[in-house]
Ligand binder design. Structure first.
Ligand code: SAH
Ligand code: SF4
Length: 360
């Protein structure tokens, strides 16, 4: 996004950054110095870029901006391991990003759209409607926001998951540019295998990703093993039904040699019976895949009542018996509404009430 006519530098590829620097009458090598300050020094202002002459820093500050995102509110889980932030964009839209701390890993979950047009029934973002795509810079800025915060604690972002608000494959170009920028070995230098894109099942996106040179991980949000149920839960299934989606996933694993993760949110009485688990096992039999079982996040209401533990264990047992690799993911940040789009929904209603205080 632009601030008036000033470009946000994180929105430029390195080649574009070089061209922009040259257009200011500066030598191209200045672009390398700026890249270093942005992605390694994690500079928040041009004033910090002390290897550049003072006059140039002043010119840059007049001509460009560094970050397009401004924190509005944040929620930290009681154990301090999950933090969700509501970020405002220059046009007044808001998005969410989440930081999750694990043993030796710091994972940032980024949004790719303001809202989402797909409208999954259990998802707070889906119910909030669609506003617009994010720019590459707005996606990168979410990671840099947490990277700066972690730096103060002597830590780094080790993983990025594209699992926040929005459908990344409906904003493919910006999402891919953002991941390429984050991967740049002379910049943020995040390994491709440390990045994962999650899709609701946009088949052309899966096909495109299979051809990309970077070994980025793929997760597919399945949530149902047959079309009748998936049409209800994930409406894009009507456009890309399982008969199209599963073969595309198979071609992806064959072309890349990489395993796919299938996400399955367990919703009480909707998609969590042993019979559906057996149907799921049959659907995925022989595929290079892993199933992530996630009891549905209860914060989002609607059709999303989380499965009780005995349903979850019975479902998992069926998959195990059929030899389908799976993990039961403990809902991170349930207590801070870290489900997709939930802080934003809450903030929106509380803005209306004029009482936004979501820090805990
Ligand atoms: N649009 C993409 C990526 C963002 S959603 C997608 O759908 O894959 C990231 C993940 O959160 C998806 O697997 C989605 O199904 C899941 N999700 C959304 N709302 C949820 C909820 N209330 N409980 C559990 N998982 C949820
Ligand atoms: Fe969009 Fe993903 Fe939410 Fe579905 S789950 S509405 S695709 S963000």
């Amino acid at each position: 996004m632009n601030d008036g006519a000033r470009p946000a530098l994180t929105n430029l590829t390195f080649v574009e950054l070089q061209a922009w620097v040259v257009s200011l009458g500066e030598p191209a090598y200045r672009a390398q110095q700026i890249r270093q300050w942005l992605y390694q020094g994690l500079a928040q202002s041009f004033a910090e870029m002390t290897t550049l002459p003072l006059s140039l820093r002043q010119r840059l500050a007049e001509a460009a901006t560094i970050s397009a995102v401004q924190p509005q509110a944040s929620l930290v889980s009681p154990d301090g391991l999950t933090e969700k932030v509501l970020l405002a964009l220059p046009d007044g839209s808001t998005i969410e990003s989440v930081l999750m701390l694990y043993e030796g890993r710091q994972t940032v979950c980024v949004s790719t759209q303001v809202g989402c047009p797909i409208g999954c029934t259990f998802c707070a973002t889906g119910r909030s409607g669609y506003v617009r795509n994010l720019s590459a810079g707005e996606i990168v800025d979410q990671v840099l926001y947490f990277a700066r915060q972690l730096k103060g604690r002597g830590l780094q972002v080790t993983n990025v998951v594209v699992m926040g608000m929005g459908e990344p494959f409906l904003n493919y170009a910006a999402t891919w540019q953002a991941l390429t920028t984050l991967h740049d070995p002379k910049g943020f230098a995040l390994g491709a295998r440390h990045m994962t894109i999650s899709t609701a099942g946009i088949v052309p996106g899966i096909e495109r990703l299979a051809k990309e040179p970077l070994q980025v991980g793929l997760a597919v949000s399945l949530h149902a093993p047959n079309d009748a149920l998936r049409n209800q839960l994930v409406p894009i299934n009507r456009k890309y039904p399982l008969g199209t989606l599963i073969p595309a996933c198979q071609r992806y694993t064959e072309a890349t040699g990489r395993r796919i993760t299938f996400e399955y949110a367990l919703i009480n009485g909707v998609n969590d019976t042993p019979a559906l688990a057996r149907e799921l096992a049959k659907l995925l039999k022989g595929m290079l895949c892993h199933v992530n079982l996630i009891p549905c996040n209860p914060g989002s209401g609607g059709e999303c009542r989380p499965s009780p533990r005995q349903h979850v264990l019975a479902f998992q047992k069926q998959l195990k018996q059929a030899g389908i690799p799976n993990t039961l993911r403990v809902g991170r940040g349930i207590e801070i509404q870290a489900g997709c789009g939930e802080l934003r929904s809450r903030a929106a209603s509380e803005y209306v009430a004029g009482a936004l205080d979501v820090s805990v």
